[in-house]
Design a protein around this ligand. Structure first.
Ligand code: SUG
Length: 445
C-alpha cells in the first residue's frame, strides 16, 4: 500500500515564554527569564509549515493547549477565582505559574509516538501520548494531546489513540523525539527504532551523571506492545549517556532518520557498532539496506551539534528519490556545521538539498525543526479519514496569520504571566482557533 508522510507541526501558543524549566536542555537554561515574542514565534512556525506545504510535502498542524493550566494550579492549593489563583501563584511561586503557562506543546515531536498501519498487528495507525513526566511543565500535556489526537484521528477503523503510560519514573516517555522509523518506503512495513536513556530495572546499565535521562527502556517497550509491533522489526538502542550530559536531552538532538537513511553523530549511541548491526539485520527483513550517514566528532564536535541543532533537522523524501534536510538557520552560523553541510550536499549522498528556516524563537527554548513536528505516515484512505481542518493550505495559512496578528502579544516578560488579562487573551484566541480548525469541542473551557 502506498503512504505519504504528514508532518504535524505544533502551532505556537500565545503564552510562549522563556522560563528556564528544562534542566538538561542547554538553550532553555541559557535564555531563562529573557523576554519572548509569541507573535513572532507563531509566525516563524507558520512560515515553515507554509513553505513545506507549498513544496508538496504533507503538512498539517496540532493546536496549542489551553493555558494557563488552572487545573494544575488549583490541584496544588491555589484556590479562588481565576484572578485570585493567578495572583496567589505569582506571589508564592512564579516558577509554578510559568509551568502552568508553558507553551511547550508546540514541540509536537514530544506529543506522542506514532506507528503507521503498515507496522501494527491490527493494521491501524497507533498513537500513544507521551507522559513527559520528567518535567512539571510538560507532565500534563498528554491530557490535551490525547484529546486533540482523538479529535483529528477519530475514525477507530483506521486509528487507535492510547492514553499516556503511567506517569512514574519507570515509564518516562518523551514520544517521537526518541523514536525513528526506518523503511524502504512509507507504505511498507518498517523498522521502529526506540532510543532510551536509561533502564529503570537494571541498576548496572549505564546512565547519565549530570542531566536526566528522560526516556526509559521500559517505556519504549510498553509503547511497542501497545502498538502491536513485531519483535523482529523493533529495535531498542541505548543513547550514549555522555552526550545526554552534554545537553542531548532527546535522541532527535543527535540523530534523524528517514526511509532507509540514518543521519547521526558518531557519539549518539552507547554502542554504535551494535546499534548499526541491529538496524541492518532488522532492515534486511523488510528488504531495505541501511544508509548510515555518520558525522564524525572531528568534523562536528558534540557541542557544535547541540549549538546548531544540526541533527534536529527534518529529513524529507522528495519526488526525485533524493532527500532534503530542513535545518534551523543556526546551522549556517556554526562554522564546523556550515562547512560539513556544504560538503554533504555536494558529496553525492542521499541528501542533496538544504532548506533552512528562521525558528529563533523556538530554538531559544531548545526546539528546532524536528522538535516542532510529529510525523504520521498515512495511506490515502487514512489521510482522507482524518480531520481535514488541520491540513495546511494557503488559505489556512493566511487565516492563521491574521488570527495570530489579532490575538498574540509581541513581547512577553516573565512578570507578564501574572497579568490576569493574559489568561483572557489566550482563552479568546483559542476559542476562535477551535472554530477556524473546525474542532468546536477541542478545548474544555
Ligand atoms: O522539553 N523545552 C523543550 C524542548 C523540546 C524539544 N523537543 C525535542 N527535542 N523533540 C523541552 O526541554 C523549555 C521551556 C522553558 O524553559 O520555558 C522546554 O520545555
Amino acid at each position: 500500500m502506498s503512504a505519504r508522510e504528514f508532518n504535524f507541526d505544533g502551532l505556537v501558543g500565545p503564552s510562549h515564554n522563556y522560563a528556564g524549566l528544562s534542566f538538561g536542555n542547554v538553550a532553555s537554561f541559557s535564555n531563562v527569564k529573557s523576554a519572548s515574542n509569541p507573535k513572532l514565534a507563531a509566525l516563524q512556525g507558520l512560515a515553515k509549515m507554509r513553505a513545506l506545504a507549498a513544496r508538496g510535502f504533507g503538512q498539517a498542524l496540532l493546536p496549542p493547549q489551553d493555558r494557563p493550566n488552572f487545573r494544575l494550579l488549583r490541584s496544588i492549593g491555589f484556590i479562588g477565582t481565576d484572578a485570585e489563583v493567578l495572583a496567589k501563584a505569582a506571589k508564592e511561586s512564579p516558577v509554578i505559574l510559568a509551568c502552568a503557562y508553558s507553551a511547550s506543546p508546540m514541540w509536537t515531536a514530544n506529543a506522542a509516538t506514532v506507528s503507521p498501519s503498515a507496522d501494527s498487528a491490527d493494521g491501524r495507525t497507533h498513537f500513544t501520548a507521551a507522559n513527559l513526566n520528567n518535567k512539571l511543565h510538560r507532565a500534563f500535556e498528554h491530557e490535551q494531546s490525547t484529546r486533540a489526537l482523538r479529535a483529528i484521528f477519530k475514525d477507530e477503523k483506521h486509528f487507535a489513540v492510547h492514553d499516556a503510560l503511567p506517569g512514574t519514573p519507570a515509564f518516562g516517555d518523551e514520544g517521537a523525539a526518541n523514536h525513528t522509523r526506518l523503511c524502504k518506503d512509507h507504505g511498507s512495513s518498517g523498522v521502529e527504532m526506540f532510543v532510551y536513556g536509561r533502564t529503570e530495572f537494571d541498576a548496572s546499565a549505564p546512565a547519565p551523571k549530570k542531566y536526566p535521562a528522560r526516556q526509559t527502556l521500559e517505556a519504549s517497550q510498553a509503547v511497542a506492545r501497545l502498538h502491536g509491533l513485531s519483535a523482529e522489526r523493533t529495535v531498542y538502542i541505548q543513547q550514549n549517556p555522555d552526550v545526554i550530559d552534554q545537553g542531548v536531552f532527546h535522541n532527535d538532538v543527535i540523530a534523524v532518520g528517514n526511509a532507509n537513511a540514518l543521519f547521526y553523530h558518531e557519539q549518539a549511541f552507547a554502542d554504535e557498532a551494535g546499534a548499526l548491526d541491529q538496524l541492518r539485520r532488522a532492515l534486511a527483513g523488510v528488504g531495505a539496506d541501511l544508509n548510515a550517514i555518520r558525522v564524525d566528532t572531528a568534523r562536528v564536535p558534540v557541542a557544535d551539534a547541540v549549538a546548531s541543532y544540526l541533527f534536529n533537522s527534518q529529513l524529507l523524501s522528495k519526488a526525485d528519490g533524493k532527500m532534503a534536510l530542513v535545518i534551523p538557520q543556526e546551522c549556517q552560523e556554526v562554522a564546523s556545521v556550515a562547512a560539513y553541510l556544504d560538503g554533504l550536499v555536494a558529496g553525492g549522498s542521499a541528501i542533496d538539498e538544504l532548506i533552512h528556516f528562521d525558528l529563533r524563537q523556538s530554538m531559544r527554548n531548545g526546539g528546532g525543526p524536528a522538535c516542532l513536528r510529529l510525523r504520521v505516515a498515512l495511506t490515502d484512505a487514512e489521510a482522507a479519514a482524518m480531520h481535514q481542518g488541520v491540513v495546511m493550505t494557503e488559505a489556512l495559512y493566511h487565516t492563521l496569520v491574521a488570527w495570530v496578528e489579532k490575538h498574540y502579544r509581541d513581547r512577553l516578560d516573565p512578570a507578564d504571566l501574572a497579568d490576569p488579562q493574559l489568561a483572557i487573551e489566550v482563552h479568546n484566541a483559542l476559542d476562535e482557533l477551535s472554530r477556524i480548525l473546525g474542532l468546536p469541542g477541542l478545548y474544555d473551557f
